[in-house]
Design a protein around this ligand. Structure first.
Ligand SMILES: [Zn+2]
Length: 243
């Protein structure tokens, strides 16, 4: 069945009732986690609702945890048949002071993704090239650059390597992101919101993915139904599983 996809949503910050209301609107929620507690919460949500869970340690939270915590989260994924690690990655833009520590945590997730063929739901602010090069070096097959706002020439390398980039509802107010929509091939795009994050005046919500599909269709000069179909296909390729 064709669905709208929110490839990056912090479901643990919503109530089950709120999440149900999004699911009723035919939105598939890929739920990322920030730390051990929210990873557990994401797994609890999965018991009640049909979502795609990801567990991980967000680079902004990395300084509070060590390698052992990261290994425990990777184990949690394997034991619970979770196919995705996120939100994980590196951030040189907002939290550059903890970069080395972020790196040590991220290495654990890279190893686990490689060993168990997991999807990486990546945060890469200001560290787009560093993360890309680590993916290539570690022979990672399945990766998603959430809310990509990095350089356009790197975008070509990322998509050329078969990785996916996230188109966030922030295109409404972020010129840099509209350029990404123009340049990225549809074959490598997925839609997302990062809800309930507040970006400037925009309170991001999962249902914004509907307008994002319409906007991509307009920019690419393609029918809306076709864009929606391709985004579904991209999800299925990335997760190697039908919707
Ligand atoms: Zn996020």
């Amino acid at each position: 069945m064709i669905k709208y996809i929110d490839m990056h949503c912090h479901c643990h910050e919503y109530s089950v009732e709120e999440l149900s209301s999004f699911i009723e609107k035919n939105i598939l929620l890929v739920c990322v986690s920030d730390d051990p507690a929210s990873s557990m919460k994401t797994l609890e949500i999965r018991k009640k609702l049909e979502i795609t869970p990801c567990v991980g340690i967000h680079p902004w939270e990395a300084h509070k945890y060590n390698i052992k915590h990261a290994k425990n989260i990777a184990d949690l994924a394997i034991k619970n048949n979770v196919k995705c690690l996120g939100e994980v990655g590196l951030d040189k833009r907002f939290v550059p002071k903890t970069y080395d520590h972020q790196f040590s945590i991220f290495e654990i997730f890279l190893e686990a993704a490689k060993e168990y063929d997991l999807v990486l739901n990546l945060h890469t602010a200001g560290a787009w090239r560093e993360v890309y090069e680590l993916l290539v070096k570690n022979d990672i097959n399945r990766a998603y650059f959430h809310w990509y706002t990095g350089p356009l020439n790197l975008l070509e390398e990322i998509t050329g390597s078969g990785y996916y980039v996230g188109i966030n509802a922030a295109w409404k107010i972020q010129e840099k992101h509209r350029k990404v929509i123009k340049h990225a091939p549809l074959e490598n795009m997925l839609t997302e919101t990062d809800a309930p994050y507040k970006y400037k005046s925009l309170e991001l919500r999962p249902d914004y993915v509907v307008e994002t599909i319409e906007y991509i269709a307009k920019v690419k000069n393609m029918p809306v139904e076709y864009v929606l179909f391709k985004i579904n296909e991209n999800y299925e390729k990335l997760f190697k599983s039908p919707l």
